[in-house]
Design a protein around this ligand. Structure first.
Ligand code: AMP
Ligand code: ZN
Ligand code: ZN
Length: 412
C-alpha cells in the first residue's frame, strides 16, 4: 500500500512538470531501453527463459556486449546513457573522490546521486527533452539528477523495493497517455540478476535460473503489453556487465594500506583508487603500497592500461590497485562477516571488460530492427548513437560511440 501512495504521489508530482512533445516529434517511433543489471551474456543460452528467448529469436542479438572499464553498475549505465567512456562522462566508478570538489561520490549518497553537477555528457533523456521530445524513466543511473538542469518529464528517485511488476505497469501506463504527453524514450531497470549473482554466484544453476525465470515473467508482461498498444515501439534489452564466482576465501584485506595517513582510498573491490593528500610524497607512498602487494598490483594511474580513451580524469586518483583476476579487494571487517556467514559472498564484477565472464547482453526487437539477426560482440558506447538514429535525435559531438557500428541492425 505504501508503494502505491508513493507511486501515486510521484506520478502526480511528475505530471506537474511534464512537458509535451513538439509537433515535429509526434510521428516518431518509441524506444524502451531496459537494463537488466548483472545479466551475463551466457544466461539466455544456459537457461532458456521462454519470453526472452522468443524476443531474441525474432529480433537482433549480439554475441555479447562489452562493458567499459570498470565493469561496475554506475559507470556502465551512464556509458550506455551517454555513449561516452566512464573517464569521459565522469562517473568513473560506483565510489570515487573528486579532488577539485573535495567530495566523495557513492551510490548510497542520495545528495550526490541526485546532483546533476557530478554528471558529464548528455544522457538520452536529456537529449530527448532538449529537443522537445518527452522522456520517462523508471530508474536508470543519472535519471534522478538535474543534468544540465534537465530531468525526464516522468521519473522516480531510486527505490529498489518497488516490485518489478509495478515498474512494468507504469511503463504501460505511460504508453497509454495521450499522444502529446506520451514519452518516446523510456528507460526501465531491474536489479534481479545482479542481486542473485552477488548472493549465489553465477555458477549456482538453480538460483540463477530461478531469478532469470522471475525476470522473464515480468519481461513477458512488458513485451505483451507493448505489443498490444499497437505503437511503433522498439524494445532494447541490455545489461551493464556480467558476473564471476568470487568466494569468501578470495577477499583481500586492504586494511594494512589504510594505516597510512598520506592518501585516501576509494575501494570498489575489483579496483581501488588512491588519492594522495596535499603535500604527500608520491614516490614514497607508491613504494609503501607496492611493498604490501598481496594478490593485487598497484599502478600509477598514468601507466594503467585499461582506460581506452586515454583521458586522465582526476577522479581516477593517483594510483590504482588491481586485484588478480578472481580476487576482490575488501577489508578485515567484511572478510570476517563473509567467513562467519553473516552475508553470502557469491559473485562479483568490475574486472577487465574483455574477460568473457564480464560480458553483458544486447537484444533488440521492434519495427526499427531487422528480424532474426545475430551480430558479433560490440562495445556498449555504441548504443547511444543507435537510439539517437531511431528517434531522429542529434548525436552530440565528442562522444565515443559511433553510429556506423550498429547501423546494419536497423530495418531501414
Ligand atoms: P553494484 O553491483 O554494486 O555495481 O551496484 C548494483 C546496485 O546498484 C543495485 O543493487 C541497485 O540497488 C543499485 N542501484 C541501481 N540504480 C541505482 C540508482 N539509480 N540509485 C541508487 N542505487 C542504484
Ligand atoms: Zn550492475
Ligand atoms: Zn553488482
Amino acid at each position: 500500500m505504501k508503494h502505491l501512495f508513493q507511486l501515486l504521489f510521484l506520478f502526480v508530482a511528475a505530471l506537474a512538470a511534464a512537458q509535451s512533445n513538439d509537433a515535429s516529434q509526434l510521428g516518431k517511433p518509441y524506444v524502451i531501453l531496459v537494463s537488466c543489471d548483472g545479466y551475463r551474456y551466457d544466461y539466455t543460452a544456459r537457461f532458456h527463459p521462454p519470453n526472452i528467448s522468443r524476443f531474441v529469436e525474432q529480433g537482433v542479438q549480439a554475441a555479447s556486449m562489452i562493458s567499459s572499464f570498470p565493469s561496475k553498475t554506475f559507470p556502465n549505465h551512464y556509458t550506455i546513457a551517454t555513449g561516452m567512456y566512464p573517464e569521459k562522462h565522469g562517473l568513473v566508478d560506483n565510489t570515487f573522490y573528486d579532488p577539485a570538489r573535495g567530495e566523495l561520490y557513492r551510490i548510497s549518497k542520495r545528495s550526490a546521486v541526485e546532483d546533476g553537477s557530478w554528471y558529464g555528457g548528455t544522457p538520452l533523456w536529456v537529449n530527448a527533452e532538449q529537443n522537445g521530445m518527452v522522456a520517462a524513466s523508471f530508474f536508470f543511473v543519472g535519471s534522478e539528477a538535474d543534468i544540465q538542469g534537465v530531468r525526464p518529464s516522468y521519473y522516480f528517485p531510486y527505490d529498489g523495493s518497488i516490485p518489478n511488476e509495478k515498474r512494468v505497469e507504469q511503463v504501460l501506463e505511460w504508453l497509454s497517455l495521450p499522444e502529446s504527453r506520451r514519452p518516446h524514450f523510456i528507460s526501465l531497470y531491474f536489479s534481479t540478476m545482479d542481486d542473485a549473482g552477488h548472493r549465489y554466484g553465477p555458477g549456482d544453476e538453480s538460483q540463477i535460473s530461478k531469478a532469470l525465470l522471475e525476470l522473464d515473467a515480468v519481461l513477458g508482461k512488458l513485451f505483451e503489453g507493448v505489443k498490444s498498444t499497437g505503437l511503433p515501439a522498439n524494445i532494447i534489452l541490455v545489461s551493464d556487465h556480467g558476473m564471476v564466482d568470487v568466494g569468501p576465501d578470495k577477499l583481500i584485506n586492504l586494511d594494512p594500506l589504510d594505516q597510512d595517513g598520506r592518501y585516501l582510498i576509494a575501494n570498489n573491490g575489483a579496483l581501488a583508487h588512491v588519492y594522495l593528500k596535499e603535500g604527500a610524497d608520491a614516490d614514497s607512498a607508491y613504494a609503501f603500497i607496492r611493498e604490501r602487494e598481496n594478490h593485487f598490483r598497484a599502478w600509477r594511474t598514468e601507466e594503467f592500461p585499461y582506460y581506452r580513451s586515454g583521458l586522465q580524469n582526476p577522479r581516477l586518483g593517483d594510483f590504482i590497485l588491481l586485484p588478480e583476476y578472481g580476487y576482490y579487494l575488501s577489508d578485515s571487517r567484511r572478510i570476517a562477516q563473509a567467513r562467519n556467514g553473516q552475508f553470502r559472498q557469491g559473485g562479483e564484477h568490475g574486472f577487465d571488460p574483455e574477460i568473457p565472464e564480464m560480458h553483458a547482453i544486447f537484444y533488440a526487437n521492434g519495427p526499427a530492427f531487422k528480424a532474426g539477426l545475430s551480430i558479433p560482440s560490440f562495445r556498449n558506447i555504441h548504443v547511444y548513437p543507435l537510439i539517437c538514429r531511431i528517434l531522429g535525435l542529434p548525436i552530440p559531438k565528442g562522444i565515443d560511440g559511433r553510429e556506423e557500428v550498429l547501423r546494419g541492425i536497423l530495418a531501414e
